[in-house]
Design a protein. Structure first.
Length: 123
């Protein structure tokens, strides 16, 4: 079951707001299309930006999930993605959603480039 909160009703707790801040920072440092941050089931956070190289491409979410898994994470509590948000309601692209699903990520936060939260869904 998925729930979607309207934009004007989205209020993040401190831990989810931290993910948005980390995702914005990763995006800005790399000058990438998207930034993402994830929180594992131990509360550790990992952030990454889109990787777009001639030999391979990773979404920001895929890169953040890969970093978490490489650090020993077995499950994620949340993912936040910052970038251009065009869908209504905003949602993870299929590749990012698949990576989040691999680690049973229940909370998904989508935010615009300026950090404005556009949606927070739970599965």
């Amino acid at each position: 079951m998925s729930t979607h909160a309207p934009v004007d009703a989205v209020v993040l707790d401190a831990e989810d707001a931290k993910l948005v801040t980390l995702a914005r920072g990763a995006r800005g440092r790399a000058g990438a299309a998207e930034g993402a941050a994830v929180r594992d089931d131990d509360g550790r956070t990992y952030a990454a930006a889109t990787v777009d190289l001639p030999s391979f491409r990773l979404t920001a979410t895929q890169a953040a999930v890969a970093t978490a898994v490489a650090s020993g994470a077995r499950a994620l509590e949340a993912v936040a993605v910052v970038g251009s948000v065009g869908d209504d309601p905003p949602a993870l692209d299929p590749a990012s959603a698949a990576a989040a699903d691999d680690l049973q990520t229940p909370i998904r936060i989508m935010a615009a480039v300026d950090g404005t939260v556009r949606s927070r869904t739970t599965r």
